[in-house]
Design a protein around this ligand. Structure first.
Ligand SMILES: [Zn+2]
Length: 125
């Protein structure tokens, strides 16, 4: 007897399981706990839901460095960025007031800045 084609809901479930398995596989390979925690956070259903909601309402890069305005360009957003980094303000992780939509270039630049700032700040162990 031929099997019925999976319903849309069943296909969504399989896709979600594959995403989770992939994320968990990646997480095991990550070198440290911070990165493991971040990978779990970004793979979580609540974050993915919030991210999708946010990008639907903020389709363009927020242009935090003014580069797109200077160039006279409008650039679509690809990333949802935590304005105050999650590391510093985990309480604001799901607060839309602390989110901005960024293009890949602006997100990379901001991440580089944050990484540099983190390395300048002496660790208190
Ligand atoms: Zn941008």
């Amino acid at each position: 007897m031929p099997r019925a084609a999976p319903t849309y809901r069943q296909r969504l479930k399989v896709a979600a399981r594959n995403r989770r398995d992939k994320a968990e596989g990646k997480i095991r390979d990550l070198p440290n706990r911070d990165r493991q925690e971040a990978a779990l956070f970004y793979a979580s259903a609540p974050w993915r839901r919030l991210r999708r909601w946010f990008l639907n309402r903020n389709t363009l890069c927020a242009d935090p460095f003014g580069t797109h305005a200077d160039a006279g360009t409008i650039v679509p957003a690809e990333h949802v960025d935590h304005i105050k980094p999650r590391r510093d303000r985990p309480d604001l992780a799901f607060n839309p007031e602390n989110l901005q939509a960024l293009c890949h270039s602006c997100h990379s630049r901001k991440t580089r800045q944050e990484t540099a700032e983190k390395q300048e700040t002496p660790s208190n162990g």
